[in-house]
Design a protein around this ligand. Structure first.
Ligand code: ZN
Length: 183
């Protein structure tokens, strides 16, 4: 599959951007070597609103839903979100550290945020992801790999793989074989 996305100075060109304040500098920008796949839906199991943008931006109104009240003190982000239509939004520069992994460990190395890129799929553990999401994720992955070649195929993992006691995403419906076959 040919990629028509482009990364310039850590940002996807011509792609929707919502700036998140939830990031920090990486200890070493030459160390970007892991891709972490997640899912998110806000409120849980609901798709299509802009609540994820507001959440990562730190402006989600806790009065709009009881669940938003529960998460109102969380300061998290991801580099990118792919919504159900396959549309990409970028929140944090790839050369900075997004706050997506939390307490984590990849092959004995902790603090995965420091050396990883985090991608959220709009989804849940109850519903399959869309074909548009797989196509878009594959394209985005290839684009990221061109700029960050240390992210080889076996260094693409789920949040569940680096935080197995806490996390199950991207969940039972994420088709790893299909995704990796598209790369
Ligand atoms: Zn996650």
């Amino acid at each position: 599959m040919k990629s028509d996305l482009k990364i310039e100075n850590g940002w996807l060109a011509d792609t929707k951007r919502v700036i998140s304040p939830h990031f920090s500098p990486r200890p070493d920008t030459n160390d970007i070597s892991l891709l972490v796949i997640h899912y998110i839906s806000l409120p849980p199991e609901q798709f299509g609103d802009d609540f994820i943008d507001r959440f990562f931006e730190g402006t989600l109104d806790p009065n709009l839903h009881p669940y938003f009240e529960e998460i109102k003190d969380l300061r998290v982000s991801a580099h990118c979100l792919i919504n159900r239509k396959g549309e990409i939004t970028q929140y944090v520069n790839f050369n900075d550290m997004a706050w997506h992994a939390g307490v984590s460990n990849f092959q004995g190395r902790e603090k995965c945020n420091e050396f990883s890129i985090g991608i959220e799929l709009e989804g849940s553990n109850e519903q399959p992801f869309t074909e548009l999401q797989y196509q878009s994720l594959a394209k985005l992955t290839q684009t990221i790999q061109q700029s960050y070649p240390k992210i080889v195929k076996d260094r693409i993992v789920g949040h569940c793989d680096i935080a197995p006691e806490r996390k199950i995403d991207p969940g039972q419906y994420f088709d790893w074989d299909y995704y990796k076959g598209l790369l």
